[in-house]
Design a protein around this ligand. Structure first.
Ligand code: FE2
Length: 286
């Protein structure tokens, strides 16, 4: 009898193990410089590699090494929006042709949006788009709200695309939901109050449910309290350096002008107790 029970237990454990191995793994990469990089790497159950944003230029070597340790080829790279703390690493990696990338998914900004942050940045982003346009060995996909795709059992849905009528870059962050049967994530990029409210008023508000929510704009300002109240989620991903997390610009806790402590208070009010902060090191979620 005891032997039969042991065999049953072993079978159940094996089944559980096999089941878990069929899910994807996500890493939240720690910032390599004391600033606001936004970078996630995902490995599917059969080894496909997906990058969300990838962080700033100074983080390119760490990101490249991380991807190379996983096989060296990126199957899909999602860019939330044009800002160098999100696509700077990708820009320099493309320019140096030092990483194999199959597909890039983004929400292409309009020509009218590109000058919004001044001439210097306009040239920076135009150079990036020219690199994408001239690439011959990868596919670049311009995404729209409602688009869905599946990569090796991992599902993706675009919940929000660029919003050129809101004249800033952050509110044009592409919002991406990613899930399989075990867990789900929503990446908000640097979405702001206006973009968040527009998403809430859209048909895709019904999709705002996930296990893990990437805090908008590194958890500093970003979306409204009402937006976070409307999303059903249980854990926060903070792509955030400690000085932003603590609103400490050198004079002590909560002495700067950042809104992070207020946002942290909202999370407390919502009863969220599970937090993953990039300044604490590499986060791995399986
Ligand atoms: Fe950002």
């Amino acid at each position: 009898m005891l032997r039969k029970l042991s065999l049953l237990l072993i079978c159940l454990l094996c089944l559980y193990g096999c089941n878990r191995s069929s899910t994807f793994t996500l890493w939240q990469l720690p910032s390599q410089v004391n600033t606001i990089g936004n970078s996630y790497v995902i490995r599917t159950s059969h080894g496909k590699i997906i990058v969300m944003d990838g962080g700033g230029e100074q983080e390119k070597d760490y990101l490249k090494g991380f991807v190379e340790a996983l096989g060296g080829k990126v199957d899909a790279w999602f860019i939330s929006h044009l800002h160098n703390d999100h696509m700077g690493a990708l820009k320099v990696l493309l320019e140096s042709d030092s990483l194999r990338i199959d597909k890039i998914y983004h929400s292409s900004f309009t020509d009218e949006q590109l000058p919004l942050e001044g001439e210097g940045w306009q040239k920076y982003y135009e150079t990036f788009y020219a690199t994408l346009d001239n690439a011959t060995d990868m596919e670049v996909i311009d995404c729209h709200s409602g688009d869905e795709l599946e990569i090796d059992g991992v599902n993706f849905k675009i919940l929000s695309e660029k919003n050129p009528e809101i004249k800033d870059f952050n509110n044009s962050s592409m919002v991406i939901k990613m899930w399989d049967k075990h867990k789900s994530f929503i990446f908000l990029g640097d979405l702001g109050v206006k973009g968040g409210n527009k998403l809430l008023a859209s048909e895709y508000a019904a999709d705002l449910e996930c296990d893990y929510l990437q805090m908008a704009h590194h958890g500093q300002a970003g979306c409204s309290k009402g937006f976070y109240e409307a999303v059903k989620f249980r854990a926060c991903l903070w792509p955030t350096p400690s000085w932003v997390y603590n609103n400490d610009l050198g004079q002590g806790f909560n002495t700067g002008g950042l809104k992070t402590i207020e946002v942290r208070g909202w999370m407390d009010e919502l009863g969220i107790t599970e937090h993953y902060r990039s300044f604490e090191g590499l986060v791995k979620i399986e």
